[in-house]
Design a protein around this ligand. Structure first.
Ligand code: SF4
Ligand code: SF4
Ligand code: SF4
Length: 150
């Protein structure tokens, strides 16, 4: 089975947060909810020049997702290709999945009282396109890659 992954080339990232903003816009998320995040980690180079390294955080699309196993309504499922999805129709906004996820990934869309999480823009993936964060990154620091499982 293949599995998708978003990979950040830290040498190309400039920390502009464009990926976060385009993701929020695409998913029409209200204030507070964020599905991917760029972290800034201050480093000092060997010549003493201050530098910052960036990392990208989002849902890890776990093999055995705790979020899915705790959901009382069966709203979270994992597809054959590894993408973990929230079914809005079934979600009652109880936030149990947010507590169960080791990284607190699921976010409440307070306007809808529904949980949201990164699903690699699954509607785009199903049409052969890449996630919005990847296509909008101006420095091409983000890559959407397919891992082959053995
Ligand atoms: S849009 Fe690209 S360059 Fe900007 S923060 Fe995101 S990954 Fe980094
Ligand atoms: S929300 Fe958390 S537990 Fe669920 S698949 Fe994503 S990282 Fe894993
Ligand atoms: S908030 Fe929704 S998706 Fe999360 S555990 Fe509750 S019903 Fe399931």
């Amino acid at each position: 089975m293949n599995k998708y992954m978003i990979y950040l080339n830290t040498k190309r990232c400039i920390g502009c947060h464009g990926c976060e903003i385009h993701c929020k816009t695409n998913k029409k998320l209200p204030f507070g909810a964020i599905l991917c995040e760029i972290d800034h980690q201050p480093l000092t180079s060997i010549r003493g020049v201050p530098k910052t390294e960036f990392s990208f955080r989002s849902c890890y699309q776990c093999d055995e997702p705790y979020c899915a196993s705790i959901c009382p309504t069966g709203a979270i499922s994992k597809r054959e290709d590894g993408i973990v999805l929230v079914d809005e129709e079934k979600c009652i906004g109880c936030m149990a999945c947010a507590g169960a996820c080791p990284w607190g990934v699921p976010q409440l869309n307070q306007e809808k009282n529904k949980m949201v999480k990164c699903d690699f823009c699954v509607d785009r993936v199903d049409q052969g396109m890449e996630p919005v964060c990847v296509t909008k990154c101006t420095t091409q620091a983000l890559r959407f890659v397919t891992l082959t499982r053995f």
